[in-house]
Design a binder for this molecule. Structure first.
Ligand SMILES: *[C@@H]1O[C@H](CO)[C@@H](O)[C@H](O)[C@H]1NC(C)=O
Ligand SMILES: *[C@@H]1O[C@H](CO)[C@@H](O)[C@H](O)[C@H]1NC(C)=O
Ligand SMILES: *[C@@H]1O[C@H](CO)[C@@H](O)[C@H](O)[C@H]1NC(C)=O
Ligand SMILES: *[C@@H]1O[C@H](CO)[C@@H](O)[C@H](O)[C@H]1NC(C)=O
Ligand SMILES: *[C@@H]1O[C@H](CO)[C@@H](O)[C@H](O)[C@H]1NC(C)=O
Ligand SMILES: *[C@@H]1O[C@H](CO)[C@@H](O)[C@H](O)[C@H]1NC(C)=O
Ligand SMILES: *[C@@H]1O[C@H](CO)[C@@H](O)[C@H](O)[C@H]1NC(C)=O
Ligand SMILES: *[C@@H]1O[C@H](CO)[C@@H](O)[C@H](O)[C@H]1NC(C)=O
Ligand SMILES: *[C@@H]1O[C@H](CO)[C@@H](O)[C@H](O)[C@H]1NC(C)=O
Ligand SMILES: *[C@@H]1O[C@H](CO)[C@@H](O)[C@H](O)[C@H]1NC(C)=O
Length: 790
């Protein structure tokens, strides 16, 4: 009160005359004391030179400065905005609890902004005493912990902004009790877990911004939020399904998450959509060009996905478009004319697709087909007639994304002339098998191709036996080849997703034949395909011939494959994204699976299947992250076109064949090395010169210290992987990448090392988790085995 008598305000003179106003004045002076107290608690000297003891009549509106704004209604403070510029937390003696306690003495507060003040601590439940609160913005402080449950009793709350703090934990399930909530913004915190379904019933919500947290999992159904205009989910690990949303959205940002499905067709009815950003995910399937012509669209960014489809010059686009970024997808065709504009106020990017343009760097056409499967049938039969013996390699590949797995088969066709030299017997038994195969390549031998007994051990876990399907079954599975089931299409034919009667999902490759053959012609192909079944291969479940009515020749072949839902291994590696990455043990598991798959291809079938050119795109992961190779070479004798195999050549082979078999064997080891490298470094490696460079780097750190090793590996696994395990992996990786094929390790050697690395890691985990621990794993035999391979 002493303060007040020094204050020469006319206002005060007037109010002392009226009793009612006197009370209000008392209240005001009381409030001014509270403000002073707040100032004191916030240790607020520098920022507010004009926030001093003379500002008692703050309600007159002259107490606003850049840092403090107070708004009163009938003498009560209803709005308080304090904005600082602190970038570090307040001193140790600050107490969030007593600060909020002071604030609660302003019970009429409706709007509260406390930004960049260095506030730290958890949000006290006392905040609920401010029952009038409608708008709260406490952004850019150091508040941490979970949201207190008492917040749910703030029944007038319309806007809650907690951006740029350290709040953590799951988003609570009681959010739906804030039924008046219009804005919820939690950007840049460390919230985690999946979103509660109750979010979907906040029907007044207009803005939901959860950017840059550690959320993951499915986005709950938000289609009932008819008022939702802004949804920002970027920099989390949401996925894999595209969220279900109402169509009033204006801004939709899904950037940098783990979405892996297709873009729903319904988006083309989002007439208010202005900003659409789904970049840096693994969206698959067709890109809908109609998005370019949405009536309100101004910003469209789909870069860094795996969207397919053909663009045409004559497409139309909205003239208001300011930014279009289509780069790094699998688009083909031509750049739409409407995008190539002269306006300098536009940004149009489309590099790293397979478009026909010289303006921005594009990938070679096959790049955009790498995910398609087609079993091509021999391109030129006459040519083969000239050769005595030919070897046809059909490369089968399937890639299943969740929605648009696609598959490819390249038909490579190479001819090997027979010679007379005999193959040396220097190789281990596995290659002895392939030698036997190489000695014949007669149709008889191939028709007798069998699993060798060893492969029984591997088993084909849970797969129904191979069978032929009826056309009716195929039609039912694909809903009569409905476009909704179409996953991809390329020059070889179409790939459909289908569902069999027993509900299991399958991928169905449809191959149209240009020439007519009898089903007999395919017997060997089918038999071999039916035998390539293994836990670590994407396996064929069956086939179906569609025959023409006139001459019963085959006009189409359908190959039915198991459907692998969890995307490619590459999609799990992608560069520095820690949220969707695999743990060290999972990586070891995946690469061991691939190695087993390769071992099966080399030794599990006669003749061995070599030169599979496997990369991280050719490996799919199932729901348990079991790795399955989806692209492999299937060596087949050509029996189409009735090639004669002269008996003069039987039992003889030439040195070039021997050499190539040797190299084929070790070329798979090299590619395995590249995959290992990607898993260790957590980055995609496409160019062989990159593989060389990183191999050198690995080599250097193997002999350096542990710190050096850790510094180069994927940050996501830095903490968890044990150095000995890491070092073992690095060593085997470097050996796989040796330039000289003969010096690369055998597949068995690779497997031993991988299992060793896993065992070391596992033992350590066991030790650190339970002190009892059981018996320590027998490292020594493995260790000595491992050393012996050096
Ligand atoms: C906290 O400590 C600082 C000195 O470190 C002092 O100036 C300030 O008055 C103290 N604040 C409170 C609320 O005790
Ligand atoms: C304070 O607010 C009043 C009304 O909101 C405004 O007229 C005045 O210019 C502001 N003063 C300062 C210093 O910002
Ligand atoms: C102002 O605050 C007092 C005491 O907190 C309360 O009784 C009064 O109703 C408030 N007036 C308005 C207009 O909110
Ligand atoms: C919260 O307040 C700060 C400081 O005034 C402001 O910069 C920020 O934009 C506000 N946040 C929102 C979402 O309005
Ligand atoms: C979420 O964060 C909390 C605290 O930060 C942590 O204890 C918990 O393990 C995290 N949960 C998940 C699933 O990551
Ligand atoms: C992607 O999001 C994660 C957090 O989820 C973040 O750490 C990372 O920096 C983001 N990547 C990019 C390129 O913004
Ligand atoms: C599109 O998104 C990517 C990744 O999120 C980003 O790097 C790029 O700058 C964006 N493009 C434009 C034109 O803003
Ligand atoms: C655009 O061109 C493609 C082929 O160039 C053609 O099939 C299509 O009908 C054309 N569309 C329109 C709307 O003209
Ligand atoms: C870009 O500039 C042109 C002419 O300068 C104008 O007609 C057009 O509306 C502008 N477009 C946008 C998206 O600003
Ligand atoms: C670009 O400008 C030139 C000359 O001004 C004009 O002839 C051409 O049609 C323009 N191209 C587009 C795509 O607008």
């Amino acid at each position: 009160m002493a303060n007040r008598t020094h204050h020469p305000s006319v206002f005060l003179v007037v109010i002392t005359i009226l009793l009612s106003i006197y009370q209000s004045e008392q209240r005001q002076s009381q409030q001014s004391l509270i403000l002073l107290r707040i100032q004191q608690i916030l240790n607020f000297p520098v920022e507010s030179s004009n926030w001093n003891n003379n500002h008692l009549d703050f309600c007159k509106g002259d107490s606003n400065s850049s840092s403090l704004t107070v708004v009163c209604y009938e003498g009560n403070i209803t709005q308080l905005h304090i904005i600082g510029d602190r970038t570090s937390p307040l001193a140790k003696n600050f107490s969030m609890d007593s600060f909020v306690k002071t604030l609660t003495r302003l019970p009429s507060l409706k709007v509260l902004t406390l930004a960049s003040l260095g506030l730290w601590g958890s949000l006290p439940d006392k905040i609920a005493r401010l029952q009038s609160l409608e708008i709260v913005n406490v952004s850019s402080n150091f508040l941490y912990g979970a949201l207190p449950r008492e917040v749910s009793s703030l029944s007038n709350l319309q806007t809650l902004i907690l951006d740029n703090n350290l709040f953590s934990g799951r988003l609570p399930n009681w959010l739906d009790s804030l039924s008046t909530l219009r804005v919820l913004s939690l950007k840049n915190n460390v919230f985690n877990g999946s979103l509660p379904n109750s979010l979907g019933s906040l029907e007044n919500l207009r803005i939901l911004s959860l950017s840059h947290n550690h959320f993951f999992g499915l986005v709950p159904d938000l289609s009932q939020l008819t008022n939702l205009q802004v949804l920002e989910l970027d920099d989390n690990a949401f996925g894999p399904q595209f969220p279900r949303l109402g169509n009033k959205l204006v801004t939709l940002v899904l950037r940098n998450n783990s979405f892996r499905t297709g873009i729903p067709a319904g988006l083309s009815s989002y007439f208010q959509l202005e900003q659409f950003d789904i970049s840096s995910n693994t969206f698959v399937g067709p890109f809908q060009p109609s998005l370019l012509s949405l009536p309100s669209i101004t910003y469209l960014n789909i870069s860094g996905n795996r969207l397919t489809g053909k663009l045409f010059e004559n497409l139309s686009c909205n003239t208001q478009l300011e930014v279009v970024d289509l780069s790094s997808n699998l688009l083909t065709g031509s750049v739409p004319k409407c995008l190539i504009s002269n306006f300098s106020n536009r940004t149009i990017l489309y590099a790293r697709n397979c478009l026909e343009t010289r303006n921005q760097i594009q990938q070679p056409a096959p790049f955009c087909h790498t995910e398609a499967l087609a079993v091509g049938i021999l391109p030129d039969i006459k040519k083969k007639h000239k050769e005595k013996v030919s070897k046809v390699v059909i490369s089968l590949g399937i890639v299943g994304g969740t929605l648009a797995g696609v598959a490819l088969a390249l038909l490579t066709f190479f001819l090997v002339r027979r010679g007379n030299s005999r193959r040396r017997m220097k190789n281990p038994p596995t290659r002895f098998i392939s030698e036997n195969a190489a000695s014949g390549y007669t149709s008889k031998l191939l028709s007798e191709a069998r699993y060798i007994s060893q492969t029984k051990k591997f088993g084909t876990v849970g797969l129904p036996s191979y069978r032929s399907f009826s056309l009716e079954e195929i039609e039912a599975a694909t809903n009569y080849f409905d476009t909704a089931s179409l996953m991809s299409e390329d020059s070889y034919g179409k790939m459909y997703r289908g569902q069999l009667k027993n509900d299991s999902l399958v991928a169905i490759r449809c191959i149209k034949l240009k020439k007519r053959y009898s089903t007999q012609n395919f017997a060997h192909h089918i038999e071999l395909i039916s035998k390539l079944r293994h836990r670590h291969l994407v396996s064929a479940l069956g086939h179906c011939f569609e025959c023409s009515l006139e001459d019963s020749s085959v006009s189409k072949i359908f190959l039915v494959f198991e459907y692998i839902p969890n995307g490619t291994l590459r999609s799990w590696i992608s560069d520095g994204d820690t949220m969707k990455s695999m743990s060290w043990i999972q990586r070891l598991g995946a690469v061991t699976g691939i190695a087993k798959g390769v071992q099966f291809l080399h030794t599990g079938i006669v003749p061995g299947v070599y030169s599979n050119n496997i990369n991280a795109e050719d490996v799919l992961l199932d729901q348990n992250l079991v790795a399955k190779i989806c692209s492999y070479n299937l060596p087949l004798l050509s029996n189409i076109g009735k090639i004669q195999h002269g008996s003069s050549s039987s039992g003889s082979k030439n040195s070039s064949m021997k050499k190539s078999v040797n190299y084929e064997d070790k070329s798979d080891i090299y590619h395995l090395g590249v995959i290992l490298l990607e898993l260790i470094l957590g980055r995609a490696i496409i160019l062989s010169k990159d593989a060389d460079a990183f191999k050198e780097l690995l080599q250097a750190t193997i002999v350096a210290d542990e710190e050096a090793r850790r510094s180069i590996i994927d940050p996501a696994i830095r903490k968890e992987c044990l150095d000995q395990s890491l070092k073992t992996m690095m060593e085997i990786c470097v050996r796989c990448l040796t330039k000289e094929p003969a010096e690369r390790p055998s597949i068995e050697d690779v497997l031993w090392n991988l299992q060793f690395a896993a065992q070391v890691q596992d033992a350590w985990r066991g030790d650190s988790q339970s002190s009892e621990g059981g018996s320590p794993p027998a490292l020594s035999p493995l260790q000595s085995r491992r050393v012996s391979f050096h």
